[in-house]
Design a protein around this ligand. Structure first.
Ligand code: ZN
Length: 313
């Protein structure tokens, strides 16, 4: 009996290990995968790196997200491996350090950093405080010897900006305030590929400090109106349009549950400790849930976007 129990336990441990590896098997940190002809996805995941996408045009390359400086150098080396063409544009999907602090690395190499104007505005609100704090913990940021983040060199203020030649059309969209006030999406209509930055992440990677939780699903709904086959998120593995739906549902369920808790007179600390979200959004629930509950609670009780509470108008 004792042996049978040991056998069963070993069996369960084995199954648990297999499930763990099955769930992890699609993750390819710090490697490049071809998504379509002339489109490559570089998965981050180590050293705080975000994901990057490399898009080949007739005469040049576009890179989505500048990454941290160390990630910028790795993405630059990988771009050289997949194509001899120069990187002409680097698009910042938003102002966060893991997406934009590598800007100076790219511009020094001759690229133009590009973003929706909201990215530059967010940098004005948040910097140099975040840059200086990050330089204390990250060598790659400190070694750039800059007083603050380098803003994008070129910005657009319309809802859409387009780069196109006779090989490809690349659309840069602004759909509103979700993860930050500057969130930009990159859409390839022919290939039906969308790069989302952190407006859509594939897993428990959400960060709400600069967010508008209530409006976030509306932004994703606008992206869902495009014909999408492949979603290349800011963090996590690539996927199909179910990634858009899952991320949207997480924010919707989070907002709904916190709002219901407030209506029932629940205390913030109790909700932070025990908020229940449905099984359907489990993939997006992680160690930051209590911070997400707090952000949503403040947003609802103060009647303004959480990013406005933390960062001003
Ligand atoms: Zn972010």
């Amino acid at each position: 009996m004792k042996n049978l129990r040991a056998f069963l336990l070993a069996g369960f441990a084995g199954l648990a290990a297999m499930a763990f590896f099955a769930a992890r098997s699609d993750a390819k940190p710090e490697t490049v995968t071809k998504i379509a002809d002339g489109v490559w996805f570089r998965e981050g995941g180590q050293n705080g790196h975000c994901n990057n996408t490399i898009i080949e045009m007739k005469d040049y390359l576009i890179v989505v997200d500048a990454n941290f400086p160390s990630g910028a150098r790795l993405a630059m080396a990988d771009a050289k491996k997949v194509s001899a063409k120069p990187v002409k544009y680097v698009f910042d999907t938003h102002h966060h350090g893991d997406h934009a602090y590598g800007n100076a690395v790219w511009t020094e190499a001759g690229a133009t950093t590009l973003a929706y104007k909201g990215v530059a505005e967010e940098m004005k609100r948040r910097e140099p405080a975040r840059w200086q704090a990050t330089a204390k913990t990250r060598k790659d940021v400190a070694e750039l010897n800059r007083p603050t983040a380098e803003p994008p060199k070129q910005t657009f203020d319309k809802k859409m900006f387009v780069l196109a030649d006779n090989t490809r059309r690349v659309e840069f969209h602004f759909f509103g305030w979700a993860h930050t006030r500057g969130d930009g999406f990159v859409y390839l209509p022919k290939e039906q590929v969308i790069c989302t930055g952190d407006a859509v992440v594939n897993g428990a990677f959400n960060y709400l400090e600069d967010a508008n939780v209530a409006n976030w699903p509306n932004v994703i709904r606008a992206a869902q109106k495009l014909k999408v086959g492949t979603v290349l998120p800011g963090h996590g593995e690539p996927g199909g349009k179910e990634v858009l739906a899952g991320q949207s549902l997480y924010l919707t369920e989070l907002h709904k549950a916190v709002k219901a808790g407030i209506a029932q007179g629940k205390k913030l600390d109790d909700m932070k400790a025990s908020l229940q979200l449905p099984e359907s959004v489990k993939k997006w629930v992680g160690g930051s849930l209590s911070a997400h509950v707090q952000a949503t609670y403040e947003e609802i009780s103060q009647g303004k976007p959480y990013g406005e509470i933390t960062g001003g108008k």
